[in-house]
Design a protein around this ligand. Structure first.
Ligand code: GLU
Length: 334
């Protein structure tokens, strides 16, 4: 049979997962709620219509729709990966003496520390993230930045760069973050040059990624720290449970409880409009859409993840039929 005849006979159907994300993209592309972050002047310039959804499975299959090649700065989503590097550098016990694991119920930029321990509450809010980043080892500022960039390379599978205009914009306007750093220095939670720690924090937030990259990073966390596309170990698998636990309880700002209840998978969002979600042993999900709700989460991103979780049965505590008609708790086999 000729190739032409073959093609004529074949009915090529999109995969069910692609159909689901295509439908969600069409459904929410006209939603105009939310406003783009404007507290960092450079971020206010982003096009609010950008919208993409990417899924990467732990066996490296990719499903995506929309502007998934559009670069943006990773912002708060970087906190997840910096936490992993600090854990690798110092171990769980030491990191716990500097940064707690309790949700705050407060906004991402609140200036509060635990009254008793003086630790920042968790590594997913700004104070905790600045303390975490100050723990990253290196002989000087350049070596520390290179270690952070190299870490992102392992998770993503290619070199990454810092958006210098976003970095300098945040550095010159980040007075609130500077105030937090001074408060933590006062309590001995940061012991290095705080301007250097803040620079590294602002640089890690200004690393450029696209939606596809975020999904690969999420899939790496879903895959015991091994990048499913390159096969490279991006983070020691022993710290995956620490990283995913704080994402689950603290990753969505002061919406974290409702997110855990409704969506039920570890996730982290950023003021860039990105949301990265991890379905352990199955897939990484990323949504990018810059307009944010009052808590700082992407409006379309939250809606897409809520529906994806429902339609695919992704909630970690979903009751599913496991075998012989019996029921168990866990993700469906999607
Ligand atoms: N670079 C931002 C800041 O520290 C990150 C905020 C975010 O994405 O939540 O203000």
């Amino acid at each position: 049979m000729s190739d032409q005849a073959n093609q004529g006979d074949l009915e090529i159907r999109p995969s069910p997962l692609l159909t689901v994300i295509n439908d969600l993209h069409s459904k929410y592309k006209s939603l105009k709620e939310g406003i783009v972050a404007n507290y960092i002047p450079e971020l206010a310039k982003v096009n609010p219509d950008l919208f993409s959804i990417s899924i990467v499975t732990v066996d490296g299959q990719v499903y995506q729709v929309g502007d998934y090649q559009q670069l943006f700065t990773i912002q708060s989503i970087s906190k997840v990966f910096a936490y992993g590097l600090a854990l690798e550098d110092h171990g769980r016990d030491y990191v716990l003496t500097r940064v707690g694991v309790e949700p705050t119920g407060e906004a991402f930029n609140s200036i509060i520390l635990d009254e008793q321990s003086k630790r920042p509450y968790n590594p997913m809010v700004n104070a905790g993230a600045i303390a975490t980043t100050s723990l990253i080892k290196g002989a000087g500022a350049t070596e520390r930045l290179n270690r952070v960039l190299e870490m992102f390379r392992r998770y993503i599978g290619h070199d990454v760069f810092v958006d210098i205009s976003v970095f300098t914009s945040e550095r010159s306007t980040g007075h609130r973050n500077r105030a937090m750093a001074h408060l933590m220095l006062n309590f001995g939670m940061i012991d290095r040059n705080i301007e250097e720690a803040l620079d590294l924090y602002f640089q890690q937030c200004a690393v450029m990624v696209n939606c596809h990259d975020l999904a690969v990073m999420a899939a790496t966390l879903a895959n015991r720290g091994v990048n499913p596309v390159t096969g490279e170990q991006a983070v020691n698998s022993r710290y995956i449970k620490d990283i995913l636990s704080v994402m689950y309880t603290c990753g969505m700002y002061n919406f974290a409880g409702e997110w855990a209840y409704k969506v039920g998978i570890p996730a982290k969002s950023g003021v860039c409009g990105g949301i990265m979600a991890v379905v352990p042993n199955q897939m990484g999900i990323a949504v990018f859409s810059p307009p944010l709700d009052i808590r700082g989460n992407s409006v379309r991103g939250v809606k897409v993840c809520e529906e994806l979780s429902q339609q695919l049965g992704l909630h970690l505590f979903e009751c599913v039929k496991v075998e012989n008609g019996k029921w168990g708790v866990g993700n469906c086999e999607c």
